[in-house]
Design a binder for this molecule. Structure first.
Ligand code: NAG
Ligand code: NAG
Ligand code: NAG
Ligand code: NAG
Ligand code: NAG
Ligand code: NAG
Ligand code: NAG
Ligand code: NAG
Ligand code: NAG
Ligand code: NAG
Length: 524
């Protein structure tokens, strides 16, 4: 619990999620809560993730008449009586009551906050009565997601003429939602996880201010014709995951596509057998994020326009049926910062792949493919921004005659675990000083315990070297490493005794596996 600059009041997460959090301390001092009343200039108060079932706490907040922003999300509140004390907060602009247990009676109570611009009621037990909010003409942000509203809510949505953001995800809406077309200022709309089906598209087509549209898990089926949304010339984000779309129809003439910057089509292959038919046709000149994970795409997708999306910064193709060597045209995607190809069937020598040209990448996920990856990581030496590299479950090989070059990357996380022979402990490690997580499980190497790796990388918290054929004494770094918490060096050939200073050296250690070595002596 802290008061920052006399303005911000932040509380701790609930005890059941974070058993060792400072929540207990807050419980202990609840009786002093009245003192909050003295903060007569407080404008911003965040109490989310506490358990204030007790009305008296909320009534002491009621005296903070300067409050503009109040967050009571996930605080175990249940009924209007719990929050009656708030009625004097006439300046409230932002109110978050999400993830509580309120029923419909809360709605007409909220009418007394005429200045409200942002109201979050997500994750309660609301069913109806939304017309009770009709006084809130300034409302711009309304989140009613994950309640029990059905289509009878539709006629009432027009009572919020200023609305810019509406979230109705996870309710019980079915079929079209025509009432929406009056919301001409709407910029964000989320209707995900309602079984509304294809008919919805025609009613959304009028919302010409829309910038972000989420229709995940909406029961969309068959052909998705992007042209139906063509009036949405400002649309930047379109999310259509978890539907049963079999074909996406687009063309260079479709206007909305010109401004689109993010397209999500995850988990969308209708019958689970053949992939969605998707021709990107290079007609998305500003597309920066494309996510196609968990479909059944085959390698042909690259030839269907994917390589022409030159501005792509994030591409997620994980969990598909992509096979063969990486297509060379990928080298054209020079803006890529994140590339996820994990869980496919790609083969081939990474040294000869187009990945060498993609030097803007900060995150590269290759796990669970059939790539051959040199343990020197030489193909990535020019990737000065690379921070996260995951090569788990590929074939690592020892390249010989590695030129003495300095890698330009400073990695944070590295996973080379899987299978293979690495020769000596690779030299690129000598140049790393920002590593936090290193996993080389099951890679056979010659050499001793790399205690210098821990010394060089003061933020390192995980080092996994099981089954690596390392040998010699378990030599520890000289200084204490407070972040280091997880060491697995099981199934190697270390011998000698466990150093007595291990506790001083690694004071935060909470996982240690030394099994399957030749260590002798007593446990310090
Ligand atoms: C609720 O607050 C009142 C007044 O501060 C107090 O007397 C009562 O014990 C509290 N109830 C619970 C369940 O904590
Ligand atoms: C929709 O919800 C309202 C309010 O809970 C209820 O009266 C009505 O019967 C429901 N309609 C349908 C079709 O479920
Ligand atoms: C794209 O958005 C800009 C404003 O961000 C707008 O001026 C332009 O008309 C939009 N393009 C289309 C094709 O609607
Ligand atoms: C890269 O893009 C250029 C220009 O669009 C194109 O001519 C070339 O064929 C592309 N290269 C590959 C390898 O696809
Ligand atoms: C991969 O390609 C590089 C560069 O041509 C070559 O030196 C290396 O031997 C190849 N590795 C394998 C395992 O084929
Ligand atoms: C890195 O860049 C240099 C200079 O452009 C180039 O000569 C070298 O081949 C590149 N290395 C790799 C591994 O691509
Ligand atoms: C140890 O590594 C070898 C070779 O990489 C592998 O075949 C074996 O299954 C690994 N052992 C365990 C226990 O994972
Ligand atoms: C890391 O340790 C190695 C081996 O002691 C040393 O050669 C290298 O200079 C160190 N690197 C950094 C960045 O401190
Ligand atoms: C420790 O390592 C051994 C050998 O690899 C393994 O069998 C065992 O499950 C590991 N123990 C734990 C707690 O992970
Ligand atoms: C550890 O093993 C090596 C090689 O087998 C041996 O030379 C050395 O004496 C052993 N050290 C101890 C302390 O047992």
């Amino acid at each position: 619990m802290t008061v920052v600059n006399g303005k911000t009041f932040t509380a701790a997460p609930p005890q059941d999620e974070f058993p060792n959090s400072v929540f207990g301390a807050i419980i202990g001092s609840l009786n002093g809560f009245e003192r909050l009343e003295r903060l007569s200039k407080l404008e911003f108060l965040d109490l989310e993730y506490n358990r204030f079932n007790n009305k008296s706490i909320v009534s002491s907040i009621g005296h903070l008449s300067s409050l503009k922003s109040l967050n009571l999300a996930y605080t175990g509140l249940e009924s209007v009586t719990n929050i009656q004390g708030l009625s004097s907060l006439q300046n409230l602009v932002f109110l978050d009551l999400s993830l509580n247990n309120f029923s419909d009676s809360i709605i007409s109570f909220l009418r007394i906050f005429p200045s409200l611009k942002s109201l979050n009621l997500a994750g309660n037990r609301l069913k109806s009565g939304i017309q009770g909010l009709s006084g809130l003409e300034n409302l711009e942000f309304l989140d009613l997601s994950f309640n029990n509203f059905n289509k009878s809510i539709k006629p009432f949505l027009r009572i919020f003429p200023s609305l810019k953001s509406l979230n109705l995800a996870g309710n019980r809406l079915e079929s079209g939602i025509q009432g929406l077309s009056k919301l001409s200022n709407l910029e964000f709309l989320d209707l995900s996880f309602n079984d509304i089906g294809n008919s919805t598209l025609s009613s959304i087509g009028d919302l010409s201010s829309l910038k972000e549209l989420h229709l995940d898990g909406c029961g969309l089926r068959g052909t998705f014709d992007i042209q139906k949304l063509d009036a949405l010339g400002n649309l930047k984000v379109l999310s259509l995951g978890g539907n049963r779309i079999t074909k996406v129809v687009d063309s260079r003439d479709i206007k909305i596509i010109r401004n689109l910057s993010s397209l999500f089509l995850d988990d969308s292959n209708g019958d689970g057998r053949s992939s969605i038919q998707l021709e990107l046709l290079g007609a998305y000149p500003f597309l920066k994020i494309l996510s196609l994970k968990h479909n059944s795409f085959k390698a042909g997708i690259f030839a269907q326009g994917l390589c022409e999306l030159k501005h792509l910064q994030k591409l997620d193709m994980s969990y598909n049926d992509l096979s063969g060597t990486l297509p060379l045209c990928l080298a054209n995607l020079t803006s890529l910062q994140l590339l996820d190809l994990s869980f496919n069937y790609f083969i081939g020598n990474i040294s000869l792949s187009p990945l060498g040209s993609l030097t803007s990448m900060h995150t590269l996920q290759l796990s669970s493919n059939l790539f051959r990856i040199p343990i020197s990581l030489l193909p990535f030496f020019n990737h000065s921004k690379l921070k996260h590299l995951n090569c788990h479950e590929n074939e690592i090989y020892a390249d010989i005659d590695v030129p003495t070059l300095t890698p330009k990357f400073q990695l944070r996380t590295l996973d080379l675990s899987g299978q293979g022979h690495g020769g000596v402990f690779p030299k690129f490690f000598y140049y790393q000083h920002k590593l936090e997580y290193v996993d080389m499980s099951n890679i056979k190497m010659k050499g001793e315990f790399p205690h210098w790796l821990i010394r060089n990388n003061t933020k390192l918290y995980t080092l996994h070297l099981p089954n690596c054929s390392l040998s010699g004494p378990l030599q520890l770094p000289i200084h204490s490493h407070v972040y280091f918490s997880d060491l697995d060096i099981s199934d190697n050939h270390f011998n000698g005794s466990i150093p007595t200073e291990i506790g001083v050296c690694f004071p935060s250690l909470n996982f240690l596996n030394l099994s399957g070595n030749g260590l002798t002596g007593s446990i310090p």
